[in-house]
Design a protein around this ligand. Sequence first.
Ligand code: AP5
Length: 215
Amino acid sequence: MNVVLLGPPGVGKGTQGVFLTSKPGWTRIVTGDLLREAVTVGSTLGVKAEKYMSRGHLVPDALIVALVRDHLVNFYSKGNLVFDGFPRTEAQASELTEILALLENSIDTLIVLEAEDQALVERINGRRSCPDCNAIYNVHTSPPETSGICDTEGSTLIHRTDDKLETVISRLGVYKTETEPVIGYYEQMGAKVCRVDGNKDVGEVRKLVFQALGM
Ligand code: AP5
């Protein structure tokens, strides 16, 4: 089964994606994490991408599609794939259809996580991430055992640079104008589209996502 997790910034795509990949046979492809790694190492892609990410804009389709294509070519294995943060435009969705077709594969289910903007802003404000293992915490709802320290890596947690309020507002706008049309794309393609109430607590959302996927 191949799944796309779609939803606005802070809705819980990463949190729920980790639950899915805790099951055997699931692989998660997270374009945000791949881009942040590229920025950290200062690769050509990272230098280009950082200009867009810091403003809350989407990285151009050609760059992101090449990144995902390379990643799939290098790491593809038969099993279940979950795409987190990709595709984010209709053009990316159409490219993903072509890439997967070459692998005799396709997207079966689109999970659309939805939540109120105010809740999203609060969650992002409280989010802390591990720069080494990308684990996601929240100072209010899911804090680490020791404040500011990753439970697994022992690293100092960070507040992402694109989590500043003005950048978050820009990201929310971009989601509505550029990413929401992806839902219509998958409806037309005949994929199963499941809307999940992401306002509920993490465990409830997890149950709904697993139910939607028949797990
Ligand atoms: P990306 O990293 O993908 O960011 P995003 O889509 O904005 O999503 P977030 O990572 O902010 O949130 P999330 O939904 O994963 O929520 P999380 O689980 O962390 O992209 C960053 C940037 O990279 C983009 O702006 C763009 O520039 C670029 N980019 C990436 N992909 C691209 C693409 N395909 N094309 C072009 N550009 C691209 O949860 C958030 C917080 O809430 C956490 O603290 C968590 O603990 C908490 N939380 C989660 N669920 C709940 C809940 N149910 N109740 C209470 N708290 C919760």
